[in-house]
Design a protein around this ligand. Structure first.
Ligand SMILES: Cc1ncc(COP(=O)(O)O)c(C=O)c1O
Length: 399
């Protein structure tokens, strides 16, 4: 239980003149597409004033993605946008000309024929793909790594997808899904990229920026000084870091990436800083299931290398602490039901600000009484049993 937080400081390698494909314009296109979905609502941005006061900072905002499309996690944004881009391409149209009604119309279905989309996922991405394929009248096949929770499997099957839990870890499951796509003529829709497979992951990452655009609009005049983003393969954090850098320009917030110490491939890559991606092997056993990935996403790392200042590696108890804090708000702060991966960044911020032995890290990040912090709670209680055992029974107590 003596595991503690590690962090490496990094000099962002951004060329200020260069814009990436995750910018305000691409985010506006993704946002417009998502806004055409029935029941679309921006997810709430919780202003945790009492928590900020108790931590000694000026503001603490948490974007609550548990409300996203009724899917309990942000991931559906990427899957739905990527399938939209793919189908728009088949129709010979640009995504900016395509909306929900068009993409789900029987004419579109007739024109593009039957497509099977396949992916490997711990749960949240697969749920988004299954949900979208179901609405489009298309097929989805989802492979999950060993140890995946039955509840998440059930939530994918609910949308008519063929889904199963394999006996492989996440990265081997991705390789397996890729092989199945090749052998069966299916379309691989993976939420990570590698050399030679970058177009679809780019679309998925652009889809994620809808949430960043919403957060920036909700914050309005309030400018965050620090943004904390959790990473599995680093696709979501890469896209959001690039978007926020483009949006805030010279007032770019300090960006800190947070990962579980059992699957800290982005941290290891930043630590080595040798121009290569560094992989973490093994079972990647962590309660932060959505972040249990050992191979960095190529495109994600490119953006993080340009725009992120700090990379942290945290033990499970830090995420558990974040879940308890968000679920039991101070005073009249709104409650955020946040799962293991979702609460990792809030847990990290609270620990850094409350634990005197981490003062050096606090200084490196530059947190002080003027700081305005933005975290994304990327999921709700996607594993309800574990959520209760942590929040009710105190499993994974703070060290
Ligand atoms: C809830 C949750 N948060 C964060 C992430 C991290 O996203 P990425 O793998 O793009 O780093 C995931 C990935 O599945 C997730 O499920």
């Amino acid at each position: 239980m003596n595991e503690t937080i590690k962090m490496v400081h990094h000099n962002p390698k951004a060329d200020q003149g260069q814009r990436t494909v995750f910018n305000q314009e691409t985010a506006a296109v993704a946002s417009k597409y998502h806004e055409s979905f029935p029941g679309y609502q921006p997810t709430p941005l919780a202003a945790l004033r009492n928590l900020a006061a108790s931590l000694g900072i000026a503001g603490m905002y948490v974007k609550d993605e548990s409300f996203r499309f009724g899917l309990n996690a942000f991931k559906g944004l990427g899957g739905s946008y990527c399938l939209g881009k793919y189908i728009a391409g088949k129709l010979g149209e640009d995504i900016s000309q395509v909306d929900f009604d068009k993409i789900t119309s029987p004419q579109t279905r007739d024109q593009v024929g039957e497509i099977t989309f396949v992916t490997a996922t711990d749960g949240n991405h697969g749920r988004g793909i299954a949900w979208t394929a179901n609405m489009l009248g298309q097929k989805a096949v989802v492979y999950m790594p060993k140890g995946s929770v039955e509840e998440r499997l059930h939530n994918i099957r609910k949308f008519g997808a063929k889904a199963e839990i394999t006996d492989m870890n996440y990265d081997d499951t991705v390789a397996f899904a890729s092989k199945c796509a090749e052998e069966n003529g299916w379309v691989l829709v993976q939420d990570t990229a590698w050399e030679g497979y970058e177009e679809i992951p780019t679309w998925i990452m652009q889809g994620y920026t809808t949430l960043a655009m919403e957060a920036a609009r909700q914050l309005g005049e309030v400018k965050p000084t620090h943004i904390f983003l959790q990473a599995g393969v680093g696709a979501m954090s890469g896209a959001l870091a690039a978007f926020f850098a483009d949006y805030y320009r010279e007032a770019k917030p300090v960006i800190t990436i947070v990962e579980p110490n059992k699957a800290d491939c982005i941290y290891q890559t930043a630590l080595a800083d040798d121009g290569k991606l560094h992989v973490v092997d093994g079972d990647l056993h962590t309660i932060m299931a959505g972040l249990a990935c050992g191979v960095p996403c190529t495109i994600g790392w490119n953006e993080l290398n340009r725009y992120a200042e700090n990379f942290a590696s945290i033990p499970d108890w830090v995420a558990a602490k974040g879940m308890r804090i968000l679920g039991n708000p101070a005073g009249d702060d709104p409650r955020v039901i946040s799962g293991e991966s979702g609460a990792s960044t809030t847990g990290f911020v609270c620990e850094i600000l409350q634990n005197a032995s981490l003062e050096e890290l606090k200084k490196t990040i530059g947190l002080d009484e003027k700081s305005v912090v933005l975290c994304i709670s990327t999921e709700g209680d996607t594993d309800k049993e574990n959520y209760r055992s942590i929040v009710w029974d105190g499993k994974y107590p703070s060290c």
